[in-house]
Design a protein around this ligand. Structure first.
Ligand code: SOE
Length: 378
């Protein structure tokens, strides 16, 4: 008999769908002691949250997150709302002793992140942040290859995350669908939204970053605000590029923009080591490119590994070798790892504390972007 874990979801957007899908599927594919139960979902719009509950199979709805967090029949609170609400909800949930899963980025700033880390650690509650790309089999394989020392000494880490959906100056900011453009709700633009993914993967695979130098730009300076109806200044970074020094001595270059016409979600990274290199591309997420200098000269070249074999991370749980999985599976894997960690009393990463490292890098990037100076990650 599996142990039931009652989930209280806050939010009903894109991420709430991705997480709900993962809770529903995880026990069909992974043999785990725990089983999530979709107990309640909360959002301010009662009519919409009821439709969401019906679609995904939540047993009940709430319209006030404070009420949801206080409910005695819930074990886990899943925070899937704009970034400006993460801290208050996490602090309130920690006070009730509930486990907390928080959508990325952890917080609006590392100052808020630090408060959240303290609160959950004092409360001693299980916690995790949804940096889902780590759990794509090809990305997990990249981490494994680096850990095994196959690349040797790492010289370079290079990542980009490119989109093009905010180029139109007529696009408003703020409100349900466009809160990512509103600095009051998002905290930052591409730095917290997209580079945070790149930074999380980079730290996970290549270790901590010590200093950065960045440039940021806001191409469209004013947009109509959906909440006030007025044209207001845009406070987010539309684009950001930064150089980084890793503690292991390697150099990092990172770039993100929502103004790369033609690119919808092009997240790629490349790692160059003394002996081998790795490349990964979200548009082809089940493949990992690998070049090994130790290969016999005439055969040496980039190989494209179709990461669908039973020996590859997570893949033995899915179909048969050669059949690929997709984006949504990264969330299923994240829930599986969280539940497995609970059973083994071994927290799955990234915990709030791990995600706070990314938050610190984001703060340093934004600071450097505004001062034009190198910034230490503190
Ligand atoms: C923004 O468009 C976004 O949805 C991010 O918020 C997600 O974190 C990223 O995975 C895809 O792009």
């Amino acid at each position: 008999m599996k142990k039931k874990l009652n989930v209280g979801m806050i939010g009903y957007g894109f991420m709430a769908r991705a997480h709900s899908n993962a809770y529903r599927k995880v026990n069909n594919f992974f043999d785990l002691q725990y089983q999530p139960v979709l107990k309640a979902v909360c959002a301010r719009d009662e009519a919409k949250v009821k439709i969401f509950a019906e679609t995904w199979g939540y047993e009940s709805v709430e319209t006030d997150w404070r009420k949801l967090v206080e409910r005695k029949d819930l074990d886990v609170i899943d925070i899937c709302v704009p970034n400006n609400l993460h801290r208050d909800i996490a602090l309130a949930a920690a006070r009730t002793g509930k486990m907390i899963l928080c959508e990325k980025p952890l917080a609006m700033s590392s100052q808020e992140g630090a408060q959240m880390v303290t609160a959950i650690e004092q409360a001693g509650v299980a916690n995790m942040v949804w940096y889902n790309y780590r759990r794509l089999p090809a990305v997990t394989l990249a981490k494994k290859l680096v850990e095994e020392g196959r690349l040797g000494r790492i010289f370079h880490y290079r990542a980009v995350f490119l989109q093009d959906w905010t180029i139109s100056a007529d696009l408003p900011q703020g409100g349900t669908a466009l809160w990512r453009l509103d600095v009051a709700a998002a905290g930052s633009g591409v730095t917290g939204d997209l580079l945070a993914h790149c930074i999380d993967t980079a730290i996970w695979i290549n270790g901590d970053i010590s200093r950065v130098t960045a440039m940021t730009e806001t191409f469209v300076k004013e947009r109509k605000h959906n909440l006030t109806g007025k044209v207001e200044p845009v406070g987010i970074d539309d684009a950001c590029a930064f150089l980084a020094r890793f503690k292991n001595g390697s150099l990092g270059t990172f770039e993100s923009t929502r103004y790369a016409r033609g690119h919808k979600a092009l997240y790629t990274f490349e790692i160059n080591g003394e002996k081998a290199s790795i490349q990964w591309d979200l548009h082809d997420l089940h493949r990992l490119a690998y070049f090994d200098h130790r290969d016999e000269g005439v055969l040496r070249g980039w190989r494209s590994i179709h990461v669908t074999d039973g020996e590859h991370p997570y893949m033995s749980q899915w179909w048969v070798p050669g059949l690929q999985i997709g984006y949504e599976h990264s969330f299923v894997h994240q829930v599986a790892d969280f539940l497995d960690g609970l059973a083994k009393n071994r927290p799955a990463s990234p915990t709030f504390r791990d995600a706070q490292e990314t938050q610190k890098v984001c703060d340093a990037v934004l600071k450097s972007g505004s001062t034009g100076q190198w910034a230490e990650v503190v």
